[in-house]
Ligand binder design. Structure first.
Ligand code: ADP
Length: 474
C-alpha cells in the first residue's frame, strides 16, 4: 500500500511538471506575439527590452559573386579556429575552404588581452606560413573576418567594444575596449600583412553563409550550448536614436534572443530553482528553457524530486548522485528519448551508468523518458515560436493583408532561415518537434514557404565571406 501511494505521488510530480511545461497552440501564439513586441521595444530604445537587438552595421550580405581568398578566425568557446576560403565568383553548394582548430588554453581565458591576442596572431602566422608561394606573393595583404561570439557593442562593421565576457572567459582588461583594434595591434606587432575588416558574432556568420548559398535567407538561429538569433531588418525602422537611411536599406540585427523573457513562457519551479542557482540569475531566461547547456539539468531536477518522493530507482546512492548538478547532460537525454527498443535498453544503460544502480524497472525508465520528452518538446516548440516571432516582425508569417489562405500562400515569398547548433542538427527528436510546431503555428500553406536550412561552420566562414563582400563594395 505504501509503495502504491508513493508511486502515485511520483505520477503527481510528472503530471504537475507536464502541465507547467504545456505549450498549447494558444500559448505558442502568445510567445510569438511577445517576441515580436519585444523586438520592436528593443529596437526603439537602448535597454527598452530584455532583447538587446544589437546593431551589427552589416548592411551587405554575400551575393555569391565574391572572388578571391579570404581569412576568418572564430573565437567564442572552447575551440578556436583559423580558416581560409577560396571564392570563385559564383555560388557553389560546397564552399572551398581549409580550417585548423585548436582548444583555447585554459590559462588564456582568464589572463591578459595581450596574451590572448598574441596567441591568435601566432596561430594565424603559422597558418599563413604553411601556404604555398602563390599565396605569399599576395602583396596587397590579406583580409580577415573575426567571429567573436561574446556581447559586443558594434561601432562599425569592423569594430566594436566588448560589453562583457561569458562562457568562462574573464579577461578584465578587454572589457569596454575595441576588440578588433587589439587584434590588429597583435597582427602588426608580428609584421603580418593582414587587416581585420569584419567583426561579427557567430549568428551573423551563420546568416552570411546562409545568404551566400541562398538569396532568400533572412534570419539565422543557433541552438547549441546556448542559443541566439539574428535577422535582416529594414534600416528605416532601426531607431535607437540613430539615423540609418543608407541606400542598401537593410541591416543585420543581433537579437541576443537567449535573454528574451515573457510572462507567457511556461516556467516551472524546477526552472526557477535552476535560474536562481545559476551564475547569471534573471538573465538568459529563454536560453535556460531551450539550449543544450540546460535541458539535461532540468530533467535531473525533476527526477531528483521524484526520487525524493519515492524509492523508485532502488539503490542507496541514487539521491546523492542525482544531487550533483549537471550530471545528466543533454546528449544523454537525447539518447534516452531516441531509444526505440521496446524495453528501453539504451535508457537503462544511460541511467544505470550515471546513477550507478543496477536494473532500474521498465516503468521507471518509461517515466524518465517521458520527462525527457516533455523538456525536449517544450524547448523545441518555444524555439519554433521564437522563429515565427521573427517572421511576424518582418512580415513573412503570412498574416499581412486580409486575403484568403490560398492567396496568402501564393503571395508569401520563399523565406529561408539558416540554422546551426548540435541541438538542431544532431538531435532528431528536437528537430522534428521544432519543425512540427512551425507548421502548427503558421499553418501548412504558409509553412510551405518557410525553409529551415542547416548551414555548416557558419562561424568563421561567414566572417570570411563578409570580408570578401565588403572588399567588393569598397
Ligand atoms: P556550441 O558549443 O558551439 O554551441 P554545438 O552546436 O555543438 O556547439 O552545441 C553543443 C551542445 O549541444 C552541448 O550543450 C550538448 O549538450 C548539445 N548536444 C551535442 N550533441 C547532442 C546530441 N546528439 N543530442 C542532443 N544534444 C546534443
Amino acid at each position: 500500500v505504501r509503495r502504491r501511494r508513493e508511486w502515485f505521488r511520483v505520477l503527481g510530480v510528472l503530471k504537475e511538471f507536464e502541465q507547467g511545461c504545456a505549450t498549447s497552440i494558444t500559448k505558442l501564439r502568445k510567445v510569438v506575439d511577445a517576441m515580436t513586441t519585444e523586438m520592436y521595444a528593443g529596437l526603439a530604445t537602448e535597454g527598452g527590452s530584455k532583447l538587446r537587438m544589437l546593431l551589427t552595421f552589416v548592411e551587405n550580405l554575400p551575393t555569391g559573386n565574391e572572388k578571391g581568398i579570404y581569412y576568418g578566425i572564430d573565437l567564442g568557446g572552447t575551440n578556436f579556429r583559423v580558416l581560409r576560403v577560396h571564392l570563385e565568383g559564383q555560388r557553389s553548394t560546397t564552399l572551398k575552404h581549409e580550417v585548423e582548430r585548436q582548444p583555447v588554453p585554459q590559462h588564456l581565458m582568464t589572463g591578459s588581452s595581450e596574451e590572448l591576442f598574441d596567441f591568435i596572431a601566432s596561430a594565424l602566422e603559422q597558418f599563413v606560413s604553411q601556404e604555398s608561394n602563390d599565396y605569399e606573393s599576395r602583396d596587397q595583404g590579406r583580409e580577415l573576418g573575426f567571429t567573436f561570439s561574446f556581447p559586443v557593442k558594434q561601432t562599425s562593421v569592423s569594430s566594436g567594444l566588448l560589453i562583457k565576457w561569458t562562457k568562462g572567459f574573464a579577461i578584465e582588461d578587454l572589457v569596454a575596449k575595441d576588440v578588433s583594434e587589439c587584434l590588429q595591434r597583435a597582427l602588426d606587432k608580428r609584421g603580418l600583412n593582414m587587416r581585420v575588416s569584419i567583426l561579427v558574432n557567430d549568428t551573423v556568420g551563420t546568416l552570411a553563409v546562409g545568404r551566400y548559398h541562398d538569396e532568400d535567407t533572412v534570419a539565422a538561429v543557433i541552438i547549441g550550448t546556448g542559443t541566439n538569433a539574428c535577422y535582416v531588418e529594414r534600416t528605416d525602422v532601426v531607431v535607437k536614436g540613430q539615423c540609418f537611411r543608407k541606400p542598401s536599406g537593410q541591416m543585420v540585427i543581433n537579437m541576443e534572443w537567449g535573454n528574451f523573457w515573457s510572462l507567457h513562457l511556461p516556467r516551472t519551479t524546477y526552472d526557477i530553482d535552476l535560474d536562481g542557482e545559476s551564475p547569471n540569475p534573471n538573465e538568459q531566461g529563454f536560453e535556460k528553457l531551450i539550449s543544450g547547456m540546460y535541458l539535461g539539468e532540468i530533467v535531473r531536477r525533476v527526477i531528483l524530486r521524484m526520487a525524493q518522493e519515492s524509492d523508485i530507482f532502488g539503490g542507496e546512492n541514487v539521491l546523492s548522485k542525482l544531487s550533483i548538478p549537471f550530471i545528466l547532460r543533454t546528449p544523454m537525454i537525447a539518447a534516452m528519448l531516441e531509444d526505440d527498443t521496446p524495453d528501453l535498453i539504451e535508457a537503462a544503460r544511460v541511467l544505470e551508468e550515471t546513477l550507478q544502480v543496477p536494473e532500474i524497472p521498465l516503468k521507471v525508465r518509461k517515466l524518465v523518458v517521458r520527462v525527457c520528452d516533455v523538456v525536449t518538446g517544450r524547448a523545441a516548440r518555444l524555439a519554433a515560436a521564437g522563429i515565427v516571432g521573427i517572421l511576424k516582425k518582418i512580415g513573412r508569417d503570412g498574416t499581412v493583408g486580409k486575403v484568403s489562405i490560398k492567396m496568402k500562400s501564393r503571395q508569401m515569398r520563399r523565406t529561408v532561415i539558416a540554422i546551426e547548433g548540435s541541438l538542431y542538427t544532431n538531435y532528431s527528436r528536437f528537430r522534428g518537434y521544432l519543425q512540427e510546431a512551425v507548421v502548427e503555428i503558421l499553418g501548412e500553406d504558409v509553412a510551405r514557404n518557410v525553409i529551415l536550412r542547416v548551414t555548416e561552420d557558419g562561424s568563421g566562414i561567414g566572417a570570411a565571406l563578409l570580408a570578401a563582400r565588403y572588399a567588393s563594395v569598397r
